[in-house]
Design a protein around this ligand. Structure first.
Ligand SMILES: [Fe+2]
Length: 437
């Protein structure tokens, strides 16, 4: 039934005094940054084929601007072949540092009114983000705290570092629908930036690809975006682990990331945005006791698949002076000393995170999911600095071009900050170059 038919049907239903859900009603609203700060991507889902319109404006009672977008019919890969329509509207020409109110849908059904704030202009502002992976619809332990923090305006953006819902495709996609509703209070107002995890692998990651619209991504599952003094790069580590979905995408992704890093390292760009932060789901290193690939010396993400001439990312990231690599997958928190090729490269004994000689890795994958927490091997490797198996998430406050504060919050300990450190870099460049000086 189309939506006009539904309206006629609804009148009949109302007459019969029966309550029915409107299949043209937008749900699962979520937003993401566009490819520059004047854009915002608004996405939502409806059961039926209907309009893709966003009405927006500078006050809640003047949604006078109108932008149309498009919809894609998504057929879940499960045996029921459930369909839904994923809508996308790109708002353009937005003013910087401005709060916009919006509602999404069309004449057959409008969402509630939400609001978001655009980024300030330029690079000299201090982005604040919540960062986590492995958040499911069941046992989503950190979600109430994330909602509360978000409602208080603590975050400019969210980074969800893979593994959603457990799983987006479970129960013929209903688990994904439920999860997207659970995060809507956050994701409808704060850009919800993602990378893909192993739990999204069903049907060649199709649920993930359809649901999330990331800037310049075009469903490839790797992209980058700028936020103040930071250049973020989101990668798919899953290409390494699901080669039967295609090996070519490993070569393509590597080439794209390399080009993106070369561009980010042009002197004029690195001067403006000195921080380069990557995020991907499966870590290069970890010291959990679960035999995941990151517990091996030669994890695929780190060294690649030499037999297929597929390169890993450690050498490239090191050579390009990536400051921070954020990971998840392990349901715990682990901070690593700055390192390269298993060797600790601290800035100094007293100030390990001041001008370090290698990448700082952080693993924060314990937001909460049905698979519960994961624990650590008995004797930590020398590159492991802090390990905690609590539910929680990471706060990242980028003060300026030289200082970033990281704080891991424990939900088990009532929101206490259980680890805190400041990464300081006065000079951002290739570690190979700097370590020779
Ligand atoms: Fe995972």
């Amino acid at each position: 039934m189309d939506c006009k038919g539904f309206i006629a049907f609804t009148l009949l239903v109302i007459t019969a005094n029966v309550v029915a859900d409107n299949p043209c009603q937008p749900n699962q609203l979520h937003i993401a940054y566009g490819d520059d700060l004047s854009k915002m991507i608004i996405s939502w889902s409806t059961v039926n084929d209907t309009d893709s319109i966003v009405k927006y404006g500078l006050t809640v009672d003047s949604l006078t601007l109108i932008q149309k977008g498009n919809e894609s019919m998504f057929v879940d890969g499960g045996n029921e072949k459930r369909t839904q329509y994923i809508h996308r509207v790109d708002l353009v020409d937005l003013k910087p540092n401005t709060t916009y109110f919006y509602m999404a849908g069309g004449p057959s059904g409008w969402s509630a009114t939400y609001h978001f704030k655009t980024m300030p202009e330029g690079e000299d502002w201090s982005p604040s983000l919540a960062v986590f992976g492995d958040l499911g619809s069941e046992n989503a332990q950190s979600l109430p705290r994330l909602k509360s923090d978000s409602a208080m305006g603590m975050y400019d953006a969210i980074l969800h570092v893979g593994d959603f819902a457990y799983d987006l495709a479970s129960n013929n996609g209903r688990t994904g629908d439920e999860f997207m509703e659970q995060i809507e209070p956050i994701a409808s107002s704060i850009p919800y930036m993602t990378c893909v995890g192993n739990h999204e692998n069903a049907y060649n990651f199709s649920n993930y690809r359809y649901i999330f619209n990331m800037p310049t991504d075009n469903k490839k599952m790797y992209y980058s975006f700028n936020m103040g003094p930071v250049h973020f790069i989101s990668i798919s580590t899953e290409f390494f682990y699901f080669p039967y979905y295609g090996v070519q995408q490993l070569y393509d992704q590597y080439d794209w990331v390399k080009q993106d890093l070369i561009e980010a390292n042009k002197p004029e760009n690195r001067l403006k945005r000195p921080w380069i932060i990557t995020f991907g789901h499966r870590p290069m290193y970890c010291s959990n006791n679960d035999n995941d690939d990151c517990t091996n010396h030669e994890s695929l993400v780190r060294v690649g698949i030499p037999s297929l001439k597929v390169k890993g990312f450690e050498d490239l990231f090191h050579d390009m002076g990536v400051d921070v690599a954020i990971w998840a997958h392990e349901h715990s928190y682990e901070r690593l000393w700055p390192l390269y090729n298993m060797k600790v490269m601290n800035g100094s004994y007293d100030h390990p995170y001041t001008n370090p000689g290698g990448i700082t890795h952080i693993i924060t994958g314990s937001a909460g999911c049905s698979e519960r927490l994961e624990y650590f091997m008995k004797d930590p490797p020398e590159w492991s600095a802090v390990r905690v198996s609590d539910y929680g998430f990471l706060r990242m406050n980028v003060f300026n071009k030289t200082h970033i504060l990281f704080e891991q919050v424990s939900d088990d300990q009532n929101g206490r900050v259980i680890d805190s450190f400041t990464l300081i870099r006065d000079r951002h460049d290739s570690y190979n170059k700097m370590n020779r000086l």
